[in-house]
Write a protein that binds this ligand. Sequence first.
Ligand code: UTP
Length: 308
Amino acid sequence: MMRDANPQSAIRNPHSVRKAVIPAAGMGTRFLPATKSMPKEMLPIVDTPVLQFVIEEAVASGIDDILIVTGRGKRAIENHFDFNPELEGFLAAAGKHQLIEQVRGIGDRARIHYIRQKEQLGLGDAIRLGRDHVGDQPFAVLLGDTIIDPPDGQRPGLRQILDVFEEKQASVVAVHRVPREWVSRYGIVDGEPEPNNRDLVRLRQLVEKPAVDQAPSDLAIAGRYVFTPEIFDCIDATGRGVGGEIQLTDAMNLLAQRQPMYALAWQAKRYDIGNRVEYAKCFIDFALRRPETAKAVREHLSKVLGGA
Ligand code: UTP
């Protein structure tokens, strides 16, 4: 999977980012009833939970320390990234040694820590819980319900914005271009493209779900961020916003007033798993790519859609 970056190169760079916070404590109301007893971050894409893809992206980007913010369903997440001697014993007795390596390696690639968000007070609040763990260092944020799938040959999603961070030493948010008529579903970037790189935007502010005719651009926030530690003060200074939640967008706007911030427009596909249609698309796209499933799923789809 996404393991082409060399984590050691990041560790040698004194300005590099070592830690990531992954919020995975949301209620997932858009995905009920599945999320009644299971976090949406544990939904499988073919046979792999969403959160495992997110962690593999972080590790492939050079992150070696991950804090997962959990809520309900904590046990399912912790168990997945822990050893399971009983399962390993069962697989050994059945002679399935390759599977043993697969399940054992899942939690081995980074140091994984957990903190519990007691009340679902929003994304800003979830990230604030990382303050003690992160300390006075820049850090990455990966939404635990979002899979980023760059085109073949490109670096992992998070790595692309870490590269910008290392060059600019400023906070960076990943964005993707969306059709104009969709802008009112997203946080949209207002800013000035850099003269030497049109995909890099010096961010003025983020506008939450603007009307189509008032949107400052077609660049929508994509679920990956690198922040300087000043974001924590900005979250503290942000009151509860829409829906009584502490909105990360509000805190980011405060940060953009205090320090330079950038948005990187990338080509990667973004799947918001909390949205049923995007979940279905992600499952199908990945099933069509996996050698074990590709042929049968393609045949099935063409049979089902034959008359469409
Ligand atoms: P969403 O904005 O999708 O919110 O969260 P949600 O509550 O999970 O889902 P809906 O809207 O009710 O269906 C984006 C990410 O932030 C995490 C979620 O787990 C998800 O990975 N999150 C959100 C938290 O960790 N805590 C929160 O209070 C809210």
